[in-house]
Design a protein around this ligand. Sequence first.
Ligand code: FAD
Length: 494
Amino acid sequence: MSDTKIKNVIIAGGGTAGWMCAAALSKLLGKNLNITLIESDDIPTVGVGEATIPTLLVLHKLLGIDEAEFMAATNATFKLGIAFDNWRDVGKDYIHSFGFIGQDCWAAGFQHFWLKGLKQNLVTEIGDYIPEHLACREERFAILANQDKNYAYHLDAGLYAKFLRNLAEKHGCQRLEGKIQQVNLREDNGYIQSLTLASGQQVEGDLFIDCTGFRGLLIEQALHTGYEDWNHWLPCDSAIAVQTQTVGKPVPYVRSIAHDSGWQWRIPLQNRTGNGLVFCSKYLSDEDAKQLLLNNIEGELLNEPRVIKYRTGTRRKLWNKNCVAIGLSSGFIEPLESTSIHLFQQSIVRLMLMFPSNGINQAAVDEYNRQCRSEIDNIKDFIILHYHLTDRTDSPFWRYCKNMPIPDTLKHRMDLFKQNGKAVKLADELFGEASWVQVMIGQGLMPEQYHPIVDLMSDSELKDFLDTIKAGVKRKVNNWPNHLDFIKHYCQAK
Ligand code: FAD
């Protein structure tokens, strides 16, 4: 495709995506590259994106980020899961936590044992068999030497971008302030040759990373890559975000509260709470959405509510010619399971693994696009599950979600679970069996049978097995300190 050696990398845009990309490339590949990031002080970042998932810890390790320092700098708290209120039905709540459930055996996941226990009245809710789940409810947290890393963070998106910017600049990334006015293409192959800034300056590059947010200045406006719209599966297309003073102690989980035409998030930081309402404009106006959000928040407002419009979907190719779209320019599923930062982190790692130092070739581009697409499709199915698998019929929005056609791949997973109690984690899949099980059961899908291997245990053995796991979870979590006390000791913001 192009034999041009890749030496000059231009990152367009300086939100979380741009600075994360700059930090990773400059720290890990920077010695061989000239990396420049262009951002405009006149074009604000989207400014939300405050809940993360455990994979972020892996990237931070690669970047050599000190956890306590990063948390203090971004007012971060710990996240162990998401509490879903009113999603299954009004008044019915559950938690999707990051942990593993109970103890699997070679043939069957723990849910099979729990299901038989349920039939015999031997069990309590499935979360009692997951330490992270119980810790959410008891607001406890600890980091232990031999503990798996089943936690993530709530963070201030603006401060996080600043933190990453420091790291990127320390490793040699050059920052250029200026508005990109024009994207100039080469006549022979349509590759991007340079960007023209409002000042008239031309910035040439070999590889361009589009982190310009929803506008997709390079990948879409210049290269016309195309967008696959998922509005029919994920109909929410608007959000209102506002920050408030925290009331009470910050909890170690996000609260996701379903309303008539969408849902509300509550994300606790050390110094404030991030709030927002995600909604479908077909059923709720911006003004009514704003009022609904304001009626349902706690604490004094710290800023004016801000409306954000978006289209759920994905760019048809995330890598097109010599342009890679990372961040919101590549598409947006929706914030329900906090997957955006994870997705662009994955894109960055993939790009580094397939970095086209000696020129861009089609096989690498195709493989990159295949891997990204496969991961996005699996996440998309998981998010649709939350909306579709509901007993709610109390508003036109929920009736639409309950009755809408869903992807065959999701239907298969729901049938598999319903008929066999089996959940699977596919290749290139982010969410594991424990996540699918928690959400499917939480949303009310109960399997019709459990695996026959469970019957190899006598009733008293099954009771012992279930009781021992539950008691172990309780013992473990009871030893953890209160979440806020742990933060004060470990990473208190200045
Ligand atoms: P932006 O933040 O929009 O940054 C774009 C950058 O491009 C800016 O620096 C801007 O100055 C620059 N730019 C644009 N045009 C030009 C130009 N012409 N010239 C120069 N510079 C330009 N993700 C999560 O992981 N967890 C969450 O909980 C979460 N919640 C979300 C809630 C909502 C309602 C939304 C909409 C998103 C949420 N996300 C979440 C996604 C998250 O906000 C984004 O992934 C993240 O902020 C990255 O955005 P970005 O860097 O791609 O774009």
